[in-house]
Structures are given as C-alpha cells and as structure tokens.
Design a protein around this ligand. Structure first.
Ligand SMILES: Cc1cc2nc3c(=O)[nH]c(=O)nc-3n(C[C@H](O)[C@H](O)[C@H](O)COP(=O)(O)OP(=O)(O)OC[C@H]3O[C@@H](n4cnc5c(N)ncnc54)[C@H](O)[C@@H]3O)c2cc1C
Length: 321
C-alpha cells in the first residue's frame, strides 16, 4: 500500500464491496460534516471501523490498494478541497473512544478516537495530572499524536509514552516509543498511511480538584482569546521564536477576506469560514496571507492545517529569500 494517486471509480467500487463485508463504507461521502470548517468536497470512499479485529481486517484488505489514503479524526485540522478526496479515508468508530487509568495514576491509555477534551476531563477526575492542556484542543488522540498537538506550555510529545500505530495495508500494529516519532513543532514522523490506534500517556497522581481548576482556567482562556465558528484553530505553524498571529497582525492582514473566508479579527492566525464558504475561499485566504507576509517580512509561513489532497502550491515558496 502506498499513497500514489490514480484509482478508477470501478476499482473503488470493487474495494467498497470488499470492505463492506467487514465494516461500514460510504462512496462519495460528504466531508463537510467531518471537519470543523464544515466545508469541502466528497470523500471517494469513507470507511468507518469499530473494533480492533475489523480494523486489522480492513487494513489487510487495503494491502493491494495503490491510491491515496487519509485518516480522519475529528477534522479539526483538516480541509478537503472542493473537488473532493479521490481515495480511501479511514475513520475510527466509537469503540476506539476510551480512557483507562492505571492503579498508580501514572499511566493513562486512550483509544485513538478519544476526543482530547474527554481525555483531559476523565483523567483529571481520576486524579491524574498533566493532561489538562488537552481540554482546549478539539481533536482526537490520534490527531494529537500525528500533529504533536499542544498548548498552554505543553504538547503531546511531553506526555506521550508510546503510541500503537497500524500502517494501513499491514495486518498487525506496532508499539512506537515517543523517540520513534521524531516529534517537532506540530509534526511527527507519522505518514498519511499510519493510523494511531491508541496512545499511552505519562501522568502524575494528584488532586482532582486542582486538575479541574486548571481545566477551568484553560477553558476560560480559550473563550476569551479564540474565535468560535467554523475554523481549524491556528492555520500556520509559529516560526521559531515568533508567533504567526503576531506577524500576520503586524502586516495588517486581520479581516482580509476572499469570498466566504476571512482572517479572524480576534486572532490573526485563525481563518474563519462563513456557512456558505468554499474550501477554495479558505485556501485563497491562506495563500494571500503567505504571499503578503513573505513580501513584507521575508518570513515564510507554513500551514499547520492539513489540506487533502495537497492544495494548490504555496506561491510564497518561490518568493522567500
Ligand atoms: C478551535 C480550535 C482550536 C485548536 N487549538 C489547537 C491548539 O491549541 N493546539 C493544537 O496543536 N491544535 C489545535 N487545533 C487543531 C487540532 O485540534 C489539532 O491539530 C488536533 O490534534 C487534530 O486532531 P483531529 O482528530 O481533529 O485530526 P484531523 O483534523 O481529523 O486530522 C489532522 C491530521 O491528523 C491525522 N489523524 C487524525 N486522526 C488520526 C489517527 N487516529 N491516526 C493517525 N493520524 C490521524 C489526519 O490524517 C491529519 O493528517 C485547534 C483546532 C480548532 C478547530
């Protein structure tokens, strides 16, 4: 299995029939309900899997598939272009949403589909400290490992011990240590074909009330400082030693609008979508910001947002000094 393009509709129909023997499949599934941007084209074949046995069987049946693959979490950092995603997208079902704390309260294991706010609240209620920061990040455990999600002074790499990862096409998962994942700022070594089945986090035994108070602080801060509505959180990775939001604001780009998408007036690293926006509007705003910033400052902003499949090229690539 690899990520090369080019599967015909009849190939995908045949694959859909094969996978339907094992799990829930949908051809040309709308992507908008699967992402926090709430826009985007159809996913050629959406596969939703519950239970480890079914997941391993689906993976094994993808061994000979040669088209693009995508793992979808809560879509809080994902935009599918208006033309749609031409391959197979795999989504973990509810059976992968679970949090287990060990007796010493120093290890918490969570399924790959567990929403991060649920992980934060459940581990805190059981007297585990260290995962409170996840409450403000509206993704899943799998998405957090792939993206090294973080905030409030912590990130996933700080608290992860191991991740159980299935490479789609394989018939068995592997347990990877934190060191195997080569974490960087909002990135990891995982590829589009790697699916995080579960993750083990390191915690400290502590007072549930103190953990809850910290969670309340994070929630308050988010409400005060971040816009609501349709967005993906921060669009751009912070350049080393600086903040993308600060640079975009300094360039006077707050409020920059193209069609139904605009740079947020509240937080310049957020691009908001109107209910009638298209994915192309969002990408156009992103590219316009990249060009304006590189022209004004020489800084090349890279997107944290995953655009699937690859969006149009970033014109600022060729403009950076
Ligand atoms: C309002 C808002 C605030 C946000 N604040 C923050 C923040 O403070 N810090 C931060 O880091 N991010 C933030 N984000 C971005 C986002 O929540 C994180 O990147 C999150 O980790 C994405 O998880 P997801 O499940 O939504 O992944 P998706 O958006 O579904 O996917 C993102 C990437 O992860 C991959 N992926 C998803 N699930 C899995 C899996 N099980 N196995 C392997 N790969 C997987 C996808 O293939 C894709 O490459 C914010 C987003 C929003 C909308």
């Amino acid at each position: 299995m690899n990520s090369m393009p080019g599967r015909s509709a009849s190939d995908l129909d045949a694959l859909a029939r094969d996978l339907a023997e094992v799990t829930q499949v949908e051809r040309d599934a709308p992507s908008a309900p699967l992402t926090t941007y709430r826009v985007g084209g159809p996913i050629a074949l959406l596969v939703t899997v519950d239970g480890l046995d079914a997941l391993l069987e689906v993976s094994a049946r993808l061994a000979t598939y040669r088209g693009p693959v995508l793992v979808v979490g809560r879509g809080s950092n994902l935009l599918v272009v208006d033309g749609g995603f031409p391959g197979v997208a795999v989504r973990l079902g509810e059976s992968f949403e679970r949090v287990v704390v060990d007796a010493t309260r120093t290890r918490t294991v969570a399924g790959g589909a567990t929403p991060l706010p649920v992980l934060a609240r459940q581990s805190a209620a059981l007297g585990c400290r260290g995962l409170e920061f996840f409450v403000g990040i509206p993704g899943t455990v799998g998405g957090a490992v792939r993206m090294n999600a973080g905030g409030h002074g912590s990130d996933t790499a700080d608290v992860l011990v191991t991740a159980t990862v299935l490479r789609l096409g394989d018939d068995a998962s592997r347990v990877l240590d934190r060191g195997d994942l080569d974490f960087g700022f909002r990135r990891s070594a995982l590829t589009d074909a790697d699916l995080v089945v579960s993750a083990e986090f390191q915690t400290l035994a502590g007072d549930p009330d103190a953990a809850r108070a910290e969670i309340d602080d994070v929630v308050r801060w988010r409400r005060a400082n971040q816009p609501g509505g349709q967005n993906c959180g921060s669009v751009f990775v912070n350049p080393a030693g600086d903040s993308a939001g600060r640079i975009i604001e300094a360039c006077g780009l707050k409020g920059l609008r193209i069609g139904g998408a605009a740079v947020s007036d509240k937080h310049a690293n957020f691009v908001q979508a109107d209910p009638d926006a298209t994915a192309a509007d969002i990408v156009a705003v992103i590219r316009a910001v990249q060009v304006a910033v590189v022209e004004a400052t020489g800084v090349r902003l890279r997107t944290e947002l995953r655009i699937a499949p690859e969006g149009p090229p970033d014109p600022s690539d060729e403009m950076a000094p």
